[in-house]
Design a protein around this ligand. Structure first.
Ligand code: NAP
Length: 256
């Protein structure tokens, strides 16, 4: 076996939640380019379907669009069943769907707090509960959780985001230990700023944008495909002895 074979995802099936845009779309494409068939989900089937068609045409893989809200257990159950019906297995779960909230802590409504917790923290838990039994039967699985640099360090006016992303990091470590004997790894990725729809409020505010740039030693935001290699690595056999890790992809933000 050559070293490159270790990175191949041929014959594997993946789920990418929030795969209709931004980082999720880029990661779904990367997994498909490495050989995986992929289910992509979001709350809008039309957007998922358009992305699925584009990635399938570009890669020749089977890409299945599913409408599913990760904060709803019934939707997550249906998403999991659809993946199994189509592929008969689930090798990779990328818990990517997420939202941000940038209200100052004293202005934050409890409804907005709860929505962020439901999507960013309860969502990944529901997805893991639905998918892990299949991975246990297979004695093989890769869970990749999209945390953030703001799961590692604080930021003003990000209470629900930092709390949920920090919580997701520690839940990743919990799963790493809990499922270690089942052939399942659980790792987290902590991106710095990437140019996605989630970050448009920062990108379109020159003052905020400049403040973000000043915090990045490399002096620039990440390009979407600068995350893809890490995701393919974590999804593949190349990372077989790695679990419970938090990988920063942040141009150096958290190195200082
Ligand atoms: N972009 C960055 O710089 C950055 C940095 C660090 C971490 N992250 C994390 O990376 C992940 C992706 O970020 P992004 O920037 O790509 O965000 P994005 O551009 O806003 O895309 C988010 C995706 O999640 C989906 N989504 C949102 N709520 C959902 C729900 N309840 N159920 C199912 N799907 C849902 C969205 O589709 P619908 O709204 O149509 O459902 C969309 O497909 C997030 O977890 C984010 O916190 C991003």
């Amino acid at each position: 076996m050559s070293i490159l074979d270790l990175f191949s995802l041929g014959g594997r099936a993946a789920i990418v939640t929030g795969g209709s845009k931004g980082l999720g779309e880029a990661m779904a494409q990367g997994l498909a380019e490495a050989g995986a068939d992929v289910v992509i989900t979001s709350r809008h089937l039309d957007e998922c379907a358009a992305v699925a068609e584009r990635i399938a045409a570009a890669t020749g893989r089977t890409i299945v669009p599913i409408e599913a809200d990760v904060s709803k257990a019934d939707d997550v159950g249906a998403m999991t069943q659809a993946a199994l019906d189509r592929f008969g297995r689930i090798d990779v779960l990328v818990n990517n769907a997420g939202v941000n909230n940038r209200d100052a802590t004293l202005d934050l409504s409890m409804d907005d707090w709860q929505t962020t917790v439901d999507i960013n923290l309860t969502g990944p838990l529901l997805c893991a509960k639905a998918v892990v039994p299949t991975m246990q039967k297979q004695q093989r699985g890769r869970i990749i959780n999209l945390s953030s640099i703001l799961g590692l360090v604080g930021h003003p006016a990000r209470s629900p985001y930092t709390a949920t992303k920090g919580g997701l990091l520690n839940m990743t470590r919990c799963w790493a230990i809990e499922f270690a004997r089942d052939g399942i790894t659980a790792n987290a990725v902590c991106p710095g700023p990437f140019d996605t729809p989630l970050n448009q409020p920062v990108k379109s505010n020159p003052e905020l944008y400049k403040a973000f740039l000043q915090k990045i030693p490399m002096g620039r935001w990440g390009e979407l495909d600068e995350l893809t290699g890490v995701i393919v690595f974590l999804a593949s056999d190349a990372s077989s002895y790695m679990t419970g890790a938090a990988i920063t992809v942040d141009g150096g933000w958290t190195a200082q």
